[in-house]
Design a protein around this ligand. Structure first.
Ligand code: OOG
Ligand code: MG
Length: 260
């Protein structure tokens, strides 16, 4: 199938996810795909999922670390949307064969009790709209071969969204300093990475404010009740059947995912 427009891109990306079959970058076939049109692909892809009966539950930021942004030549995060089909229960084993080449990354999640809208959204607005904060693990699974993409590709692919698990420790904004919140990622009990909240553009709440302002340019807001995944705190690691993955936070508790 050749991709030449928004509809064919949506069909190709949804098909790759359903069949668990990686594919060429969209930009290889659709030369002129720019970021704005890629967000239109993403919007239509989510609309198709919601038409199929899924429910919108959240919003996610991607490429929030300065290092990743420099690598992709962007100065703001990209974003995507989460549905109930992405949510996994804490403690439920994750089936690696259900994905193409899944990776997992520890994140900080904000749960809103008020809508967030831009322009002019600030980190204070984000904190005021937040009911609570919890640990999260995001599962990403690019639909592109070897996780290799240009910025419009990954935007169209809903920022590689594939799943997420929320932790069970609930904190309020202001309970502790999120910027210095430390996380350690363990694979089969061995530490593989450690970092702090500052890895997310210096401040996760600021990163959310910037993303909210960015989506307001497309007339979008983040609704009350939404879960916001604020972006990876460490590099993502590949899931392997038989392995376990733990995100151990200083204040936000621990999440463990076992893979089959
Ligand atoms: C894009 C999604 C990145 C994050 O937290 O940075 C992301 C990717 O690396 O495939 O979710
Ligand atoms: Mg992520």
């Amino acid at each position: 199938m050749t991709i030449t427009d928004v509809d064919s891109a949506v069909t190709a990306l949804l098909g790759a996810e359903r069949l668990r079959q990686d594919r060429d970058r969209v930009t290889e076939e659709w030369d002129g795909l720019d970021e704005q049109t890629a967000y239109e692909v993403q919007r239509r892809l989510i609309a198709a999922r919601l038409d199929g009966g899924e429910e919108l539950v959240g919003f996610k930021l991607g490429l929030t670390s300065r290092a990743k942004q420099e690598q992709m030549n962007v100065d703001a995060p990209i974003s995507g949307w989460l549905t109930d089909a992405h949510q996994r229960c804490n403690g439920e084993p994750v089936k690696v064969a259900g994905y193409i080449h899944p990776r997992i990354e520890p994140e900080i999640a904000f749960i809103l009790d008020k809508e967030l809208a831009g322009p002019g959204c600030t980190r204070e607005d984000v904190k005021n709209a937040t009911a609570h904060i919890t640990a999260a693990f995001e599962i990403i699974d690019s639909r592109y071969r070897d996780f290799s993409f240009a910025l419009p590709d990954v935007i169209a692919d809903n920022a590689s969204s594939a799943g997420f698990v929320l932790g069970s420790t609930i904190c309020q904004p202001g309970d502790f300093d999120l910027i210095n919140e430390e996380v350690t990622l363990l694979v089969d009990g061995q530490e593989v990475a450690t970092d702090t909240g500052a890895a997310v553009q210096g401040d996760p709440a600021q990163a959310v404010a910037e993303a909210v302002n960015q989506i307001s340019e497309r007339g979008q807001t983040v609704p009350a009740g939404a879960i916001i995944l604020t972006g990876a705190l460490t590099d993502a690691v590949f899931l392997q059947p038989g392995s376990s993955f733990t995100a151990r936070f200083a204040n936000l508790g621990e999440i463990k995912v076992s893979c089959v």
